[in-house]
Design a protein around this ligand. Structure first.
Ligand code: PLP
Length: 384
């Protein structure tokens, strides 16, 4: 199958996991390769390209090929053992003393790692509101800033950063732009086509989509020295995914387009109905025209605005926690992107220093009947 300009749409290619067929059995599902080592050739070489299981695994490469196709990544994609392993590999490719500008609103555990571990590594990090390009421009230091890291839509307020604008600012300062695109997924946004250098996903979320794999992925715009350093880091630090998880990820990816279409449609319907709910003070969803990032989101997201939204409960934190405790169909759990809808009082998990308001509930919309999802929330809000 041609790789640079595929004949078929991303949806068709993803549904068939690129259409690869096992050459031995002709099976339409590729086998799971579990070997940790490979036989050398008679001339002492490894013409298969597979030497040892830590860097080399055919099932992982299958999944990476699908992800690289989805992200239009010329350098390809690299799978990691978690989203955090993928994200931290980017920062560990920097040198001590390098300056980083990162989104103030981002996945809380990564912000915590940057504040604690990355600074021990010698990185200098400023957290700013990257949804305001003037603020971002002021924060980058030409010649010193080596990386701009943005998350969009950003967890859990769903602020939107203009990727093309951020790329221009980063590049003008001599920095790279990396985008945590976990909640957009390639179904809604392809950051590399907008000028980003690296895109990262917690594949644990909607890419796998079934809450049964922890995985991360990076995709690169070009195979330059920085990308080579990331490849070296993954190999050396061994932050690889297991083959069974890679197989499950391929299986999940096959239905990405169907799941995401249904999830985005339901999320929009819920956002609109909850915006008119007497017990909801505010709905945060980039699909609503009143959301501050709506215009940028409408430009850089396609096929809708994603499956994540948050609501602020009118009667405050205690009522929000009671609502999360009162649902019956929504599952009260952390994480996002699965086929089952999840609800979470986010400030409880993020702790001190979070930009998340205490009355906020984060909603990850699954594929259930949207009428059931609304009724369950409505009843829980009423009871609270
Ligand atoms: N980025 C975002 C936006 C996330 O929501 C998460 C996890 O929730 C991560 C990164 C980290 O991914 P993982 O849990 O697979 O390490």
């Amino acid at each position: 199958m041609p790789s640079s300009r595929p004949q078929w749409s991303k949806r068709s290619l993803t549904a068939q996991a690129l259409g690869h067929v096992d050459p031995v059995t002709k099976a339409v599902v590729m086998p799971i390769h579990v070997a940790t080592t490979y036989i050398r050739d008679a001339d002492n070489g490894y013409s298969s390209g597979f030497v040892y299981g830590r860097p080399d695994n055919a099932t992982i490469r299958e999944a990476e090929a699908v992800l690289a196709m989805l992200e239009e990544a010329e350098a390809g994609a690299l799978l990691f053992s978690s989203g955090m392993a993928a994200a931290t590999a980017v920062f560990q490719a920097l040198s001590p003393g390098d300056h980083v500008v990162a989104s103030k609103v981002m996945y809380w555990a990564l912000r915590h790692w940057l504040l604690t571990e990355a600074t021990r590594w010698g990185l200098r990090i400023d957290f700013v509101e990257t949804d305001d390009l003037d603020t971002l421009k002021t924060a980058v230091v030409p010649g010193q800033t080596k990386l701009v890291w943005v998350e969009t839509p950003s967890n859990p307020l769903w602020t939107i950063t203009d990727i093309a604008g951020a790329a221009q600012i980063a590049h003008a300062a001599g920095a790279r732009l990396a985008v945590d695109s976990t909640t957009a997924s390639p179904y809604h946004t392809r950051p590399l086509t907008l000028g980003a250098d690296i895109v990262m996903h917690a594949a644990t979320k909607v890419l796998n989509g079934h809450s049964d794999v922890v995985a991360g992925v990076l995709a690169g715009a070009r195979a330059d020295d920085f990308w080579a350093q990331i490849v070296t880091n993954r190999k050396g630090q061994g932050a690889i995914l297991g083959p069974f998880e890679a197989f499950l990820l391929i299986r999940g990816l096959r239905t990405l387009h169907l799941r995401q279409a249904a999830q985005a449609k339901s999320a929009m319907a819920l956002a609109q109905r909850l915006a008119a709910h007497p017990r909801i003070a505010r709905v945060l969803y980039p699909g609503l025209p009143q959301h501050p990032g709506h215009d940028v989101a409408a430009r850089q997201m396609e096929n809708g605005f994603g499956y994540m939204l948050s609501v602020q409960v009118s009667e405050g934190e205690a009522a929000a926690i009671r609502t999360a405790a009162g649902v019956r169909l929504w599952k009260r759990a952390t994480s996002l992107g699965g086929v089952e809808s999840l609800i979470e009082h986010r400030a409880s998990i993020e702790g001190p220093g979070t930009p998340c308001p205490p009355d906020l509930l984060r909603l990850s919309t699954g594929i259930e009947d949207v009428e059931d999802l609304f009724r369950d929330l409505d009843e829980a809000l009423g009871a609270s």
